[in-house]
Write a protein that binds this ligand. Structure first.
Ligand code: PYC
Length: 332
């Protein structure tokens, strides 16, 4: 029996995959995208598993559904689907999903150069640079980002003691900078990052409880952002972001860049208004900037912007059939 047919536009944002699902949207209940995200996780998670896991997806796969807005002045709502679950916010996913939707006439915002997007983490304002029918780049004004914990000391098996900061940029990031027991991402390989990131995530989450002060459904440090020396002369900093169980972001990570700028701002290392060119594990770049300073539940936060580009790689019609023993995918 055919359980579902999903038309998708596949592509990537600065190297990281984005699968925009353009049909068979599950009917989600809730007044906000945060509530709809919870409804999806409770009732339709099989769709995420089928479209993200092997054999239809892979460890890095990431996607989105666009929905009608949940606010009076919004243009659209977005639900993110990943191998790891449904993120409250995803920067590369937003840039990709909006680029593919706009280029294919699936979204007609009130202003063709601006999309007011309702995400599970809150309002994101996307400024669109177009060239004819193509979208050249998108600059996101993200949800407020803030430094949550500083200089947390953790004991990591084999590595020893590490000092980490935890910062929110749409997801909670454990930030690991070069120090005595870690020389930087320019001195280690992917196996190192894949081995120690999940350990560090478990240790940190056992030690501190990261909860968003305005929406407790955003809870737990989910990503590990490792830093080091950039490869490109034009980059201000480099990162490798670990997420899910085995993924290293191929893009410079929009929510990670936001979290990193919030950390740097709080520590007096990045001023408002200065371009912050952030390089990914494969050398692709986002341009970040601290647009303004605000407050969130009594703590200082920044309004980060992230600019990046996305390209379509193909159109895909994905079938999920109950007769397939791997209809809902598998993980190894
Ligand atoms: O760009 O925000 C992002 C992101 C999160 C996980 C992978 N990419």
């Amino acid at each position: 029996m055919n359980r579902g047919t999903f038309f998708c536009i596949d592509g990537h944002t600065c190297g990281n995959p984005v699968r925009l699902v353009t049909s068979a949207h599950p009917p989600l209940r809730g007044q906000s995208m945060s509530a709809k995200r919870q409804h999806f996780l409770q009732h339709y998670d099989w769709i995420r598993q089928a479209l993200m896991f092997e054999p239809r997806g892979h460890d890095m796969m990431s996607g989105a559904f666009l929905y009608p807005p949940t606010t009076a002045d919004g243009d659209a709502g977005i639900l993110f689907i990943e191998t790891s679950g449904c993120l409250p916010m995803c920067g590369h996913g937003t840039i990709g999903a909006l680029t593919f939707a706009l280029e294919n006439g699936l979204l007609t915002p009130q202003d063709p150069h601006r999309v007011r997007l309702d995400t599970p983490a809150g309002r994101v304002d996307a400024h669109v640079r177009r060239s004819g029918d193509k979208v050249e780049a998108i600059k996101l004004y993200n949800v407020p980002a803030f430094l949550a914990f500083e200089q947390l000391t953790i004991e990591v098996p084999e590595l020893g003691a590490l000092s980490v900061d935890i910062s929110f940029g749409g997801n909670f990031y454990i930030i690991v900078e070069p120090q005595a027991n870690f020389a930087g991402i320019d001195h280690c390989n992917a196996s190192f990052l894949l081995r120690y990131s999940p350990l560090i995530r478990d240790i940190v989450n056992a030690q501190v409880d990261c909860i968003h002060p305005q929406d407790p459904t955003m809870r737990g440090a989910s990503h590990v952002l490792w830093t080091g020396r950039p490869k490109n002369a034009g980059s201000d900093a480099a990162n490798a972001v670990f997420y899910g169980d085995k993924a290293i972001d191929r893009s410079p990570c929009g929510t990670g860049t936001s979290a990193r700028m919030a950390q740097l701002y709080a520590q007096g290392r990045l001023p408002i208004g200065q371009a912050f060119v952030h390089e990914s594990y494969i050398g692709s770049q986002f341009i970040g900037c601290i647009e303004a300073v605000t407050e969130i539940a009594g703590r200082t936060a920044i309004i980060p912007s992230i600019e990046g580009w996305a390209r379509v790689t193909g159109h895909n019609c994905i079938v999920v059939d109950d007769d397939d023993p791997y209809a809902f995918g598998f993980q190894v």
